[in-house]
Each structure stands twice: as structure tokens, then as C-alpha cells.
Design a protein around this ligand. Structure first.
Ligand SMILES: [Zn+2]
Ligand SMILES: [Zn+2]
Length: 553
């Protein structure tokens, strides 16, 4: 029986983030993208979420290559962690390679990873079963590519993140002609970005954004501070162009912004005229209408430079009345609250904040419905698999494809870990592999699991109470205590009476156990915990975490 082509998503389905798609044919595996996800609000202390790669680790001898479509966090962010576990050559364009390298160096595994730099238009034979062609697309970072993956059962087009921008700032328009040619030849499957499927029409062009930026700079007599996603090199270029035109110096603050600017400049993705860039410390001595500052923090992140400015904690920049702050980014779902707290703080300091959608100071990097339809029309795939979206995005995109004439039985909405099997004639879901989320906290990967998270959630919601007693090892009599320590539960000084009652209950339990000659401390602790928990719930309707500690003396 002929082999089947398999597509397994380890991330990127029913979520926006941690993209990772595994293609498999016979003994060969290639992995497309290796991204990070952002933790939910209730994942206390979790810095990032990466895909569960158990399946890849088990099959690591079969992995022939890792292919990255572009340098966004949700496509490359898990690389440093994943490359600790697996070993395969990486293929990506130059800017993506430079951004991955920064991450690998931070984690100290840059030396062992072999990155092959490719350009749009290149075709690379990765293994006997997989030949990958890189196709230029427009997106909110330069050097993004779609993939045409040639397999023994047919061509799969994996779009990666894309939009169609007929007037981009730099790098040229998406190579629609190539998609059309492949469509004419016959494409087996289209695996497509679904992020903006809910938005009708076409996405805004970067050139329109450029014009609006210029209007903000024209006649402005105050200091201008712009925040955007640090990877949005085209937007950085626009700020630099406007600054040059209106005779301002540009300073950059925020580590990720400085990193991106440095590599983009080195690789020629950004053009900075001599004399425009100054150190952030120099801006203080320049007239206010001669300064433009580019900063991180468009998502209101607590550690970012804009957040520190807003709350008066930035070493070099104090926000003063009159400052014009341009937020050139849309909120990633979940970040709305932190962004509005930063905006409120900026207003409080008398700054003007330009963030309205109507000002059109930001263009999304993802195709809207009109563009998605155009892509479907050009490629005319036999099978269609929507990816890079929450469930509703996938569903709406699937309906769109059916509406465009793709047979309903050939449209598949998959889920994390599900195996989509394709032959030249049919497509179906057949089986599952392990998939899910692994939490990163600090430098630890996977050591924080659901039990630890449940504890953190419990502690955050109800606080904790530790009760300490010293008991005699001989007869179980109480030698000292009980002492009660609380954190995040009640303020002890104001709750002396309650604490007193808790001590009494504990002492009663201990006497009772002693009377019954109960020397099994685990049981004694369980009884203390149960009695205190009951009492506290009745009295306060709260359930703090209770930790009884018995010291045997
Ligand atoms: Zn992207
Ligand atoms: Zn993405």
C-alpha cells in the first residue's frame, strides 16, 4: 500500500500562538515553525507556553529539517527550548536566522544548531520525500515566506502568516504569480493562516500607514514617542523616514527593539541615514520638537520601556505634559487591560496618546477575507486545512473554502495532536499523538505542571495558612505551639480573635489524638487540616491553603 502524507499540528490550532506543524511521509519528518504561546491570566508565574514535543523527541532520528516561515515569537520563540531536545538542520531566511540566533545564544545552545539560510525563490531538497520551495509573502516582519512542499503524493502549500500588500514599504509585493503557477500545475492541499478571516475585504497597506504617520509628525511641536511590535521593521523604517523628513533625531529604548534594529541594520533590512540615530541619553539635551523615541511596550508589558516611562521608572525618559505618544499596534487578545492601564497613566501625566483604530496607524499583518479568497482562487487546492486560529476562525475559514467550491469532504478542521492523513485522492483524520502545553517559568521547562499551577492559583485566590506544633515523640503531648502564620489570607493583627480560635481548634485536635494514642503524624495533620478548613469556611467563606507542620521533639 502506498505511503500517506501526514500532517500533525503540535500547536497553532484552536489558539493563536505556539505554531508547530509536523509533516510526515514514510520515515521522513519535517517540522514547520517552532513558536511560543502566551500564558493565560490564571497561569501564575508562567512566562511562556511551548508545544509538547514528546512525539518529536520519540521520533527525533526521523526529523530531517526544521523550517521556519518568519521571525515572529509565535513561530520561532520555542526554538531555544526545542533545540535542547532535538537535533536537526534548520532552514529559514536571513532575518529569521538572525533573530533565532539571538535566542539560541541567550540559552547557550547556538553552537550546536546548524542554520541554513535560504532566500525566497529557493528550493531545497530536505529529504527524499520533501522538497521545499520558499515563496515571498507580505507580513508584519520582513523576510516572511510561504512554503510549497513537494511530497510524493502532491504539493502542499503552507502559507505561514501572510497578507497581500500591493504597496508594501519594502521587500516587494507577495509573489502571487508563483502561487498562481503552482495552482495551475495542481496543488494537493492548502494549509492556510486564518487569523483575520472574520474581517471582510482587504487589509490596510503599509503605505497608508506611512501617510498617517507623516501626518502625525507634520507640524508637531512636541516630543514624539512611538511604540510598536519590536519585530515590525517596516514600521521602524517609517518612523525613521518621518524623523529624517521633519528633522528629528531618533532614539531607541527596550532590549528587544534594540536587538531587532541592530540585526535589521546589519542585514540591510532597514535604512538609517547617517546622523539620525542618537543614544537615548542624548535626547534630554535636544529640543523637544527634535526628538522621536521608539520604544517597546505596545502590549503594556510590565517590564517594557513604555510601561516604565508611564509609571515614572524609566531612567532616561520622563513623560511630561505635551508628549505625543503613538501606539502603533493592535492589542493581542488578553493584553487589553495592561494596555489601558498604561494609557491611563500616560494621560494622567498630560501626554497626548494616539491609539485609536480610526487613526490607521497600524496595519495587521494577516490576510482578511478578500485576500484569503484570492489565495484560494489562485491555488485551487484539492484539500483545505485552516490553521493559525482559534476554533471560530478555523470554522469560518473552512466555510469560506467550501463556499469557494472546495468539496466539503475535502475540508478538514483538525485539532492539536490529531493526525491528518492524505493520499492523492482522499483526506481524513486518523489517530492522535501526544500534544499539549509545556510551561516555561524562568529557565525551567516543564517543571511547572498542572499541580503546581493549581497550587499557585489557590494561593493567589485565597492565600495560605501554616500551623506549627511541636509534639513529644514519646507521648504525643504538645510541647510548644500551636503557632499560626498566614500569607495573603487575613491581616493577623486585625484577626487576632480568629487566629486564637484556630489555635484552640488545633490544640483540641492534638489533645484528642494524644488521648487516643495516635502517633501517626500524617493522620494528625490531616485531621488538623480538615477541622481548620471546615471552621474557616463556615466563618469566612474562604478556603486558604492550609499547611500543618508537626515538629517531633
Ligand atoms: Zn507572524
Ligand atoms: Zn503567527
Amino acid at each position: 500500500m502506498a505511503e500517506k502524507l501526514k500532517l500533525i499540528s503540535l500547536g497553532g490550532l484552536n489558539e493563536i500562538g505556539k505554531n508547530m506543524y509536523v509533516y510526515e511521509y514514510g520515515e521522513d519528518i519535517i517540522v514547520v515553525d517552532c513558536g511560543i504561546g502566551f500564558p493565560d491570566d490564571d497561569m501564575y508565574g508562567v512566562d511562556a507556553v511551548i508545544p509538547d514535543i514528546t512525539y518529536l523527541v520519540k521520533n527525533k532520528h526521523r526529523i530531517r529539517g526544521i523550517i521556519l516561515t518568519h521571525g515572529h515569537e509565535d513561530h520561532i520563540g520555542a526554538m531555544p527550548f526545542v533545540m535542547d531536545e532535538i537535533d536537526a538542520p534548520v532552514y529559514c531566511t536571513a532575518l529569521t536566522a538572525a533573530l533565532v540566533n539571538i535566542k539560541l545564544q541567550e540559552r547557550g545552545n547556538a553552537d550546536k544548531v546548524k542554520i541554513n539560510v535560504v532566500k525566497a525563490g529557493d528550493t531545497v531538497k530536505i529529504s527524499p520525500s520533501f522538497k521545499v520551495e520558499f515563496i515571498h509573502v507580505n507580513h508584519s516582519i520582513p523576510d516572511a515566506v510561504a512554503l510549497a512542499i513537494r511530497t510524493p503524493v502532491g504539493i502542499v502549500i503552507h502559507t505561514g502568516d501572510y497578507k497581500i500588500d500591493t504597496t508594501p514599504i519594502d521587500g516587494g509585493m507577495i509573489d502571487l504569480a508563483r502561487f498562481g503557477e503552482l495552482g495551475k500545475k495542481g496543488v494537493l492541499a492548502l494549509v492556510s493562516d486564518s487569523t483575520n478571516v472574520e474581517n471582510p475585504g482587504f487589509s490596510l497597506s503599509e503605505s497608508v500607514v506611512a501617510q498617517n504617520f507623516e501626518n502625525q509628525f507634520k507640524d508637531c511641536k512636541e516630543r514624539i514617542i512611538v511604540t510598536t511590535f519590536s519585530s515590525n521593521v517596516h514600521r521602524l523604517q517609517q518612523v525613521i523616514n518621518c524623523a529624517k523628513k521633519y528633522d528629528r533625531k531618533v532614539a531607541v529604548t527596550g532590549r528587544s527593539m534594540e536587538n531587532v534594529l541592530r540585526v535589521a541594520k546589519e542585514l540591510g533590512y532597514i535604512d538609517i541615514p547617517n546622523g539620525v540615530l542618537v543614544d537615548i541619553a542624548q535626547t534630554k539635551s535636544l529640543p523637544r520638537d527634535k526628538v522621536a523615541i521608539i520604544t517597546t511596550g505596545s502590549q503594556g508589558e510590565t517590564m517594557s520601556a513604555l510601561h516604565r516611562m508611564a509609571f515614572g521608572e524609566h531612567k532616561q525618559v520622563d513623560i511630561v505634559a505635551g508628549d505625543k505618544i503613538i501606539i502603533s499596534a493592535s492589542a493581542i487578545p488578553g493584553n487589553e487591560n495592561s494596555i489601558s492601564s498604561v494609557i491611563n497613566e500616560l494621560f494622567r501625566k498630560g501626554a497626548t496618546v494616539v491609539y485609536e483604530r480610526s487613526a490607521s496607524l497600524h496595519a495587521s499583518g494577516h490576510a482578511c477575507r478578500g485576500e484569503l479568497k484570492l489565495m484560494l482562487a489562485l491555488i485551487k487546492p484539492k484539500f483545505f486545512i485552516p490553521v493559525h486560529g482559534e476554533y471560530r476562525h478555523l470554522k469560518i475559514h473552512a466555510e469560506l473554502a467550501k463556499h469557494m467550491g472546495i468539496l466539503p469532504k475535502n475540508v478538514v478542521i483538525s485539532d492539536l495532536g490529531k493526525v491528518v492523513e492524505m493520499t492523492g485522492r482522499s483526506i481524513k483524520i486518523n489517530g492522535t499523538v501526544q500534544a499539549g502545553r509545556v510551561f516555561v517559568d524562568g529557565t525551567g521547562v516543564g517543571d511547572v505542571g498542572s499541580v503546581v499551577l493549581r497550587d499557585r492559583k489557590h494561593l493567589a485566590q485565597d492565600g495560605m495558612l501554616v500551623v506549627v506544633v511541636s509534639l513529644s515523640g514519646e507521648d504525643g503531648s504538645m510541647i510548644s505551639g500551636p503557632d499560626i502564620i498566614t500569607r495573603g489570607f487575613v491581616y493577623v493583627k486585625e484577626a487576632e480573635e480568629l487566629i486564637g480560635e484556630l489555635k484552640d481548634i488545633t490544640a483540641t485536635v492534638v489533645f484528642d489524638c494524644q488521648y487516643k494514642h495516635m502517633h501517626d503524624w500524617t493522620t494528625v495533620k490531616a485531621i488538623i487540616k480538615a477541622k481548620l478548613s471546615d471552621y474557616l469556611y463556615k466563618k469566612t467563606r474562604r478556603s486558604p491553603m492550609i499547611l500543618p507542620v508537626i515538629m517531633e521533639i
